[in-house]
Ligand binder design. Structure first.
Ligand SMILES: O=P(O)(O)OC[C@H]1O[C@H](OP(=O)(O)OP(=O)(O)O)[C@H](O)[C@@H]1O
Ligand SMILES: O=C(O)c1cc(=O)[nH]c(=O)[nH]1
Length: 204
């Protein structure tokens, strides 16, 4: 299996993926979806999270070997950024969803990102809106955002377009195509169910 399929299999094995056409999910963007990938489940499984961290570290070493800070998006990107920064012995920061209303009033916490090469860790990309917003906040603070890395992407054209116009690069460890391929191989999905999900994705 490819690394993308290995990650997809890990997500399936820990029960992170739910397909419920009759009881759909609402995504952060407001999109109503028959599928939901809950990457937050990964932190509850030591083997799965070690595997995910290993793939993230391999990618960072290849794409951004001079990275100086690992940053996480709020909230689901934060634990993964922590594991990665620990494995790579790099400083970490995270971007809040909104400015803290008391105390320091900060939007970015942890390591200073000013003038630093930063890799931004997100758990999942649907439209890309959340991660692009976090990347913009880092850029406004003077960071050099090397790349946005996420565990999973639905491969929406909208995400591709949004990233292109933002100027940020992104890559993911796995994606919907790999997830559906593995689901078919493991007899978790029929070909009809697969085409329903693909049709949904391509309609967005
Ligand atoms: O690419 P997008 O269309 O922006 O969607 C993906 C985002 O949505 C989810 O976050 P959510 O808002 O559910 O918050 P959480 O991370 O705090 O759980 C997910 O963790 C991504 O951050
Ligand atoms: O777009 C989202 O909000 C979203 C989709 C998904 O599958 N999983 C998730 O955590 N968020």
């Amino acid at each position: 299996m490819s690394s993308s399929e290995n990650v997809a299999k890990a997500l399936l094995d820990i029960g992170a993926v739910k397909i419920q056409p009759d009881d759909p999910f609402t995504w952060a963007s407001g999109i109503i979806s028959p599928i939901y990938c809950d990457n937050r489940q990964i932190i509850g499984n030591v083997e799965a999270r070690k595997e995910i961290v290993k793939y993230f570290v391999e990618k960072i070493e290849k794409i951004s070997p001079d990275a100086e800070v690992v940053a996480g998006t709020s909230t689901a990107g934060i634990p993964h950024a922590s594991f990665i920064s620990d494995a790579m012995e790099l400083p970490m920061s995270y971007v809040r969803g909104s400015k803290k209303k008391h105390g320091t009033g900060r939007l970015i916490e942890g390591a200073s990102v000013k003038g630093k090469k930063v890799v931004l860790i997100e758990d999942l990309i649907s439209t890309g809106g959340s991660s692009i917003e976090a990347a913009e906040i880092l850029r406004e603070e003077g960071a050099e955002v090397e790349i946005v890395l996420a565990i999973f992407s639905y491969q929406l054209e909208k995400a591709h377009d949004n990233f292109e116009s933002s100027g940020f690069k992104y890559e993911t460890l796995s994606d919907l195509d790999a997830l559906l391929d593995v689901s078919i191989k493991e007899n978790l999905l029929t070909k009809e169910e697969r085409s329903e999900v693909v049709q949904f994705r391509d309609s967005l």
